[in-house]
Design a binder for this molecule. Structure first.
Ligand code: ADP
Ligand code: ZN
Length: 202
């Protein structure tokens, strides 16, 4: 965002599938804000402990210290009045309250940067990110590379058998797929196959 006058706040959202570089992009923006000597606070949901207990970590190994929160409302409690830039990773795990919380902080004059998955393992909109996109000043959609064919990948393919919306994991549990190679029913099919195998054994 440029040509911002006074201390007006705003909301930036970065979305895309897993492995599209959302965390890398968030870390890049926050590092630049720190270089500009702005006061930065970084939050991520407690649910995502894929590589470390706290700290945003990208799949390529970049890391930035962060505060763990359970819900979006926790961010309002922890954010300090003098903070100028607020970074939030994995916004899809923070619930509907995220919209209000981001709006309040932007109204207070803060630059709020949120990343998250915009679609789930079935390719469906993953709330609250789609609604956050609607109220943001600036949005960025990133794509990964399809591991099957090398085309730009918009989807997060779940490789394990589960119909739960949230199954946290990275290595081996998910991969990036383009719209042609995406198999939304794969996780459900694996459950059926598991049941049939169990029935055959009994
Ligand atoms: P996200 O936060 O969107 O899950 P990250 O920022 O954590 O993404 O990781 C992006 C990095 O993941 C890339 O720079 C690359 O090193 C690595 N990577 C692994 N698999 C893929 C893939 N299929 N497509 C693109 N990048 C990938
Ligand atoms: Zn493909």
């Amino acid at each position: 965002m440029d040509i911002v006058k006074g201390n007006m706040g705003w909301i930036e959202v970065v979305v895309g599938p897993m492995f599209s570089g959302k965390s890398e992009e968030l870390i890049r923006r926050l590092r630049r804000a720190e270089i500009a000597r702005q006061r930065v606070q970084i939050f991520k949901p407690i649910i995502d402990q894929r590589y470390s207990t706290n700290g945003i970590v990208s799949h390529s190994g970049l890391e930035l210290a962060s505060d763990l929160v359970r819900t979006a409302e926790d961010i309002l409690v922890k954010v300090e009045p003098r903070t100028e830039v607020v970074g939030i990773d994995e916004g899809q795990f923070l619930g509907e309250g995220l919209l209000d919380v981001c709006t309040k902080m932007a109204d207070l004059g803060k630059r709020v940067i949120v990343t998250g998955l915009d679609t789930d393992f079935m390719g469906r909109p993953f709330e609250p990110m789609p609604r956050l996109l609607a109220i943001a000043e600036e949005i960025t959609k990133l794509l990964a590379i399809c591991v099957r064919c090398g085309n730009p990948a918009v989807h997060t393919q779940r490789l394990v058998a589960s119909e739960e919306l949230i199954v946290v994991g990275a290595g081996g549990m998910y991969e990036a797929r383009c719209r042609r190679c995406f198999e939304p029913q794969l996780a459900t099919q694996k459950i059926e196959e598991g049941k049939k195998a169990a029935a055959a054994h009994s």
